[in-house]
Design a protein around this ligand. Structure first.
Ligand code: HEM
Length: 474
């Protein structure tokens, strides 16, 4: 066994033959080759078994769990595997620099994701009790409204980037409303988290933007509580401090918006590119449910995460896992483990896209509902939508944690929209629940028959345009 204070790789760091993501050392979970074809990386790693060494950023080593059963073993063994990043030996001793681009996605924060035991239970109860107050019918209605507003903006054009114009904006609009978050603060939270996911050089700066947004939202809701998730969480018996509130909010909005946009986008891509769905797009929710399940099995939005640390030197499937070294679970690789037969996958939801064990996503029903409504609505309003490029031309964002497109260009017969939009839904100033009683002065909800094109279309598009350009490296 290796010493916890001086973790040594307990395996030969020999690249598997033909691995496309190797550069003479450990398999790389980042960079253009891996982003273009992560399944090739996993296929090569499988030659080493269900657990393999990888590099997740320059000079940052980790153990990657790629087998389904081994993944469950790690996720369901909190007595052996801690979530607390303070156990990360290479960060503590400085061999991983504090400004490494993966650090903001892996560093300790006082939140549910990075805590164990009683501390975790306290944060998690505040989160789950708060999320339980969301009415699914109201959530569905609000997703539909937001989707209509966004579709109205692109409808007359006949072309769009379904990532920046739709999939990225929809969760943000919904979340601003859910959290009672003004648009400018929401932008900071979502933009900050999005850049952190990319794990590039500006991740530390993005982390500051995220923190700033969280501080502003907490201060606002302490002053002016409303009927929203932020205020409900503040009132929870766990009595979270401002610092704890800030970190649960950043977790919720970050964990919520970035994976959500990628679930929507990846499902749209599958529906638009796979012949099995051709001709069936406007045929109801069935193909949408199937597409969501398939994406959650084969291309989950969080591809590799669930960072754990062995509490003591241990082993998984015969491979030594030293204490102090990050252990990541590849949800993608575990879900596509050849040991799982096709029959075992079909028609069941035992995939690990939401993780498993004590840290399993507490919002999976809401997250799935948002994605399903978003996709259904788009296909309902734009039934003849099609890809505006070859699938091979699409690019994927780099970074070890997510499976995320840089853009999803589409074309469709333009649709006419006739009534100007009356509200700025991006404000999030409206309360989540209840809605004001309708009156002659109440702005009309945007629906598929009453929506606003020109004014809405002309409205300034803020960071998401900027972000799309940034992602494409222009
Ligand atoms: C498609 C959308 C989503 C996906 C794929 C997803 C997936 C996941 C996964 C895999 C984890 C475990 C991460 C880990 O252990 O490192 C997780 C945790 C979490 N998710 Fe989600 N999630 C989604 C949406 C949401 C939404 C909408 C929210 C909140 C509104 C949310 C809140 C959380 C929280 C708070 C945790 C941490 C739970 C804990 O550590 O106890 N997620 N999610």
């Amino acid at each position: 066994m290796t010493s916890p204070t001086a973790p040594e790789p307990a395996y030969a760091a020999v690249p598997p033959p033909g691995c496309p993501a190797h550069a003479g050392g450990l398999a790389r979970l980042y960079g253009p080759e891996h982003a273009a074809d992560p399944k090739a990386t996993f296929a090569a790693l499988r030659t080493q078994g269900s657990v393999a060494p990888v590099e997740i950023a320059p000079g940052v080593e980790a153990t990657l769990v790629i087998g389904y059963q081994s993944a469950l073993e790690v996720l369901r063994s909190p007595e052996r595997f801690s979530k607390n990043p303070r156990r990360w030996q290479a960060l503590a001793d400085g061999s991983v620099p504090a400004d490494s681009p993966v650090v903001p996605m892996m560093m300790h924060r006082p939140n549910a994701l990075w805590s164990d035991g009683e501390e975790h239970a306290r944060y998690r109860s505040a989160i789950t009790d708060t999320l339980a107050q969301i009415d699914p019918n109201e959530l569905r209605g609000h997703v539909e409204e937001c989707a209509d507003i966004l579709i109205d903006r692109i409808g007359p054009d006949g072309t769009a980037d379904l990532l920046s114009d739709y999939s990225a904006m929809l969760p943000m609009l919904v979340f601003n409303r859910m959290f009672g978050c003004p648009a400018d603060i929401g932008d900071k939270l979502v933009f900050g988290m999005s850049r952190i996911f990319d794990a590039e050089a500006d991740a530390e700066k993005a982390n500051q933007v995220l923190t700033e947004g969280g501080i502003e939202l907490v201060a606002l809701k302490r002053r002016e509580p409303g009927a929203d998730v932020t205020s409900w969480m503040m009132a929870h018996p766990a009595r979270l401090t401002d610092l704890e509130m800030l970190h649960q909010l950043a977790l919720l909005m970050g964990a919520g918006t970035e994976p959500e946009q990628n679930l929507i986008c990846n499902a749209l891509l599958l529906l638009l590119s796979d012949d099995r769905f051709a001709g069936d797009l406007a045929g109801g929710s069935m193909p949408v449910d199937e597409a969501l399940d398939e994406v959650l099995w084969t291309d989950p939005p969080l591809a590799n995460y669930a960072v754990h640390y062995a509490i003591q030197d241990t082993e998984v499937d015969g491979v030594e896992v030293p204490a102090g070294r990050p252990v990541l679970v590849s949800f993608t690789a575990a879900n596509t483990d050849p040991a799982l037969s096709g029959e075992r996958r079909a028609g069941n939801r035992a995939h690990l896209a939401w993780s498993a064990g004590p840290h399993t996503c507490p919002a999976k029903s809401a997250a799935r509902l948002i994605a399903a409504v978003a996709v259904e609505k788009l296909l309902d309003r734009l039934p003849d939508v099609e890809l505006d490029c070859e699938v091979e031309q699409l690019e994927w964002r780099q970074g070890p944690f997510h499976r995320a497109l840089t853009a999803l260009p589409v074309r469709f017969p333009p649709i006419a929209v006739t009534v100007p939009a009356a509200t700025d839904e991006t404000s999030g100033d409206t309360e989540w629940n209840p809605k004001p009683a309708p009156s002659s002065s109440t702005p009309q909800d945007a629906t598929s028959t009453a929506r606003g094109p020109v004014s809405a279309k002309a409205a300034p598009r803020r960071w998401w345009r900027f972000l799309a350009v940034w992602r494409r490296g222009r």
